[in-house]
Design a protein around this ligand. Structure first.
Ligand code: AMO
Length: 434
């Protein structure tokens, strides 16, 4: 109920079969047109658009005048009669009998109709209005499908959803890129990852996952980095990195299939082809990737993480989804488990799509003594991880897991190359509002 006016139908429910029925729509004035003796109001609600028409001959003088005074994006209740009309989009329209202005709008700051030519910054400054446009609508409806597909897939595989603190006392991914906050009389940090909690929790629940914000004080201003991201984290006892990659095979397949099934309309709006995934997702080792780079004559620093140049070169050979595995231990966080008999490489992976990194993961060290050594060799002070290390004395199972950037996956599915398009309220070095 709104203002005592009850909606009888959504826009998408106005079909030719309703011809002659009385209907009440609630929604936003998307567009209006004046055509001599006819005035068109296009009404938008969560289901889409429908055209309502006032004929000068059929409505009162006051209503006829009032209709032309409504500004776009005002919230209206429209009562009228559904009418089959082959010319109307959807095959039916509403002949207006009564219109109530529920909430007026000023002239919208950006155009909601069709393809706006406003630049991304202007759109983000006016995000709430921008989100009413069909493209962002499509993107965030796909996001909702993705998060729900991930939840059901992981739950079906025995994972329980957890929620861990985001205000924390120590870094998890090494000292760099932490945001500090005033926490009463001391300094605390915003969590970069639920890494340590999820690892600890495998000793209580075996399989856990979380979809939650993570904070990274990124110096680099790129199309794929933000300061606040939504991270999908999972961790499982009695699995290793190969098991986790197989789990991700299934997860990616589930997400892609669900989006292709449930979001055909949205993919069409975005002009995006269905993404395909062939299982198993290919796995190549870091050393194999290095050979590819050498063959292509692309330089790279020994045992270092790959930069954009290297990843772009690799993606020419490995399009779509692939894993790069067995990374140099020195280039990964302290908790990644070194390979048996080859400690300079570790049981770790990145899930890639083209040259974009979507996720990373590893088998973790579950021996407290070794973990301490690895902390020290990475320049971290084991004392500041006391509360984490403690649990390694109480039956810590072998475990492995992954962290996946939700927005990165959404970039792939929607075909957007700037992460800011696929995050409702992006945060970066320059942007803290809206
Ligand atoms: P990592 O630091 O590689 O791993 O992060 C995992 C994934 O999160 C995404 N990501 C980002 N996306 C946008 N902007 C950023 N600033 C940003 N930083 C990271 C990427 C990346 O692959 N604890 C480990 C995961 C694990 O081992 O379980 C971790 O956080 O898609």
């Amino acid at each position: 109920m709104t203002y005592g006016i009850k909606r009888t139908h959504l826009a998408s429910e106005i079909t030719p079969e309703l011809d002659g029925s009385q209907v009440t729509l609630l929604g936003w004035l998307h567009e209006k047109r004046d055509l001599g003796g006819l005035r068109f109001l296009v009404i938008r609600d969560r289901s889409g658009l429908v055209q309502a028409i006032a004929a000068k001959k059929e409505v009162s003088r006051e209503l006829w005048d009032e209709i032309s005074s409504f500004k776009r994006e005002s919230v209206l209740a429209v009562k009228g009669i559904a009418k089959a009309s082959p010319q109307a989009p959807g095959g039916a329209e509403v002949r207006i009998r009564e219109v109530t202005l529920i909430s007026p709008s000023e002239d919208p700051p950006i155009d909601v109709v069709g393809k706006t030519n406003a630049d991304l910054d202007t759109r983000l400054d006016n995000r709430i209005v921008d989100l009413r446009r069909t493209e962002p609508q499509a993107i965030f409806r796909i996001q909702s499908t993705v998060s729900s597909a991930i939840r059901s897939y992981l739950r079906e595989n025995g994972f329980i959803e957890i929620f861990t603190p985001k205000i924390i006392a120590t870094a998890t991914e090494g000292g760099a890129s932490l945001f500090s906050v005033f926490y009463y009389d001391r300094i605390a940090y915003l969590s970069q990852s639920p890494q340590l909690y999820k690892e600890q929790l495998t000793s209580a629940f075996e399989r856990v996952f979380e979809i939650a914000p993570a904070f990274r004080a990124e110096e680099s201003d790129t199309q794929r980095h933000l300061s606040e991201i939504t991270m999908v984290d999972a961790e499982a006892a009695f699995m290793d990195y190969q098991d986790i990659m197989s789990l991700l095979d299934g997860l990616v397949e589930r997400v892609v299939k669900t989006v292709n099934k449930e979001n055909q309309k949205e993919l069409k709006v975005l002009g995006r082809e269905e993404v395909e995934v062939k299982l198993p997702i290919p796995r190549i080792t870091y050393d194999e990737a290095v050979s590819v780079l050498e063959r292509k004559g692309v330089e790279h620093e020994k045992d270092a993480d790959f930069g954009t140049v290297q990843l772009k070169a690799l993606s020419e050979e490995l399009s779509d989804f692939y894993f790069i595995t067995d990374w140099p231990t020195a280039a990964r966080p302290f908790y990644a488990k070194p390979l048996e008999g080859r400690p300079e490489r570790c049981e770790s992976f990145d899930l890639m799509y083209g040259w974009i990194e979507l996720a990373s993961g590893a088998t973790r060290i579950n021996d407290g003594k070794l973990l301490k050594e690895r902390m020290s060799s990475q320049g971290l002070n084991p004392d500041s991880f006391k509360t984490h290390l403690k649990w390694f004395n109480y039956g810590m199972p072998p475990h492995a897991g992954f962290g996946l950037g939700l927005a990165r996956l959404l970039m792939v599915l929607t075909g957007k190359d700037n992460i800011r398009e696929v995050v409702m309220f992006p945060r970066d070095k320059r942007r803290l509002e809206p």
